[in-house]
Design a protein around this ligand. Structure first.
Ligand code: RET
Length: 236
């Protein structure tokens, strides 16, 4: 059985950060009556709630297991993947609704995303360094295609929205691109990549900072201006 080491510090910071983020979004969303605007709140509140629960699971030693790779036993926090399989599609849905995307674009984005996290999960559990890296490559390929759709089709729909919405969309899209690209980097440099460049302690800190930025930071920027969100739902 794997146990939680000193990296639990960062897992508790993550638990507290996600909980505070959730409470903040609930507090802000309470007075919102417009159902179309409520959808952004509902989606974003689910994102941080799921993350808070999964961080708590990791901090308390439930969300962690051991995977044997050759002669080594790797500590794998499986709860990360349980979090990401639900929260990354929800984050993309926020962005797609802001852009006023059609159903096909939304389905393509979410499909690529679930494929990316699914193959990333196989990478985390694969038993040889070679197969781990191969699955990492497949997952990273899906991420690159996803970002291509984000920059192409989705940005095109956003351009049909008002100037304020289009500008908020670009900010969030650029933030997402930078942050999401760092995940495979931390993974491959970290313990999962088996190269042993980034120790578990620092890897856990890095994922925590990325997770808080990609969920709470992203949510704060998205929900900051109700006037802009109102315009997003009345396409011009
Ligand atoms: C993995 C490893 C395999 C290669 C790739 C990955 C990508 C993960 C991503 C996660 C995003 C998570 C977010 C969480 C929010 O808090 C699975 C690490 C490409 C992009 C945004």
């Amino acid at each position: 059985m794997a146990t939680v080491g000193p990296e639990s510090l960062w897992l508790w910071v993550g638990t507290i950060g996600m909980t505070l983020g959730t409470l903040y979004f609930i507090g802000r969303g309470r007075g919102v009556r417009d159902p179309k605007m409520q959808q952004f709140y509902i989606i974003t509140i689910f994102v941080t709630t799921i993350a808070a629960a999964m961080y708590f699971a990791m901090a308390t030693g439930f969300g962690v297991t051991e995977v044997t790779v050759g002669d080594d036993a790797l500590t794998i926090y499986w709860a990360r993947y349980a979090d990401w399989i639900f929260t990354t599609p929800l984050l993309l849905l926020d962005l797609a609704l802001l852009a006023g995307a059609n159903r096909n674009t939304i389905a393509t984005l979410l499909g690529l995303d679930v494929f990316m996290i699914g193959t990333g999960t196989i990478a985390a559990f694969a038993a040889t360094p070679g197969t781990r890296i191969a699955w990492w490559g497949i997952s990273t390929g899906a991420l690159l295609v996803l970002l291509y759709v984000l920059v192409g089709t989705l940005s095109k729909s956003a351009r049909n929205q008002s100037a304020e919405v289009a500008s908020l969309f670009s900010t969030l899209r650029n933030l997402l691109i930078v942050l999401w690209l760092l995940y495979p980097v931390v993974w491959i440099l970290g313990t999962e990549g088996t190269f042993g460049i980034l120790p578990l302690y620092w890897e856990t800190a890095a994922f925590m900072i990325l997770d808080l930025s990609a969920k709470v930071g992203f949510g704060v920027l998205l929900l900051r201006s109700h006037t802009v969100l109102e315009r997003a739902i009345t396409p011009t």
